[in-house]
Design a protein around this ligand. Structure first.
Ligand code: FES
Length: 68
């Protein structure tokens, strides 16, 4: 997986976002709470939304695995 920086404001990489999803994050809001990505200017939110939706489609598991 690429070490692509998705959130420039908070220096969050694509790998960190995927790790949050694998640990049970199931929405952009979960991602924001776990990684702080998307919590400053919001410019990265469309990309985070797309990652979350792609992960859900590909994992076939929409259940929450963690409670926040
Ligand atoms: S680039 Fe992610 S909050 Fe600004």
């Amino acid at each position: 997986m690429r070490k692509k920086l998705v959130c420039l404001c908070n220096l969050v990489t694509e790998i960190e976002l995927m790790e949050a999803l694998k640990k049970g994050a199931s929405s952009t809001g979960d991602i924001q709470k776990i990684t702080s990505a998307g919590t400053t200017c919001g410019r990265c939110l469309p990309e985070i939304d797309a990652l979350v939706e792609n992960y859900k489609k590909n994992s076939g598991n929409d259940q929450f695995k963690l409670s926040f």
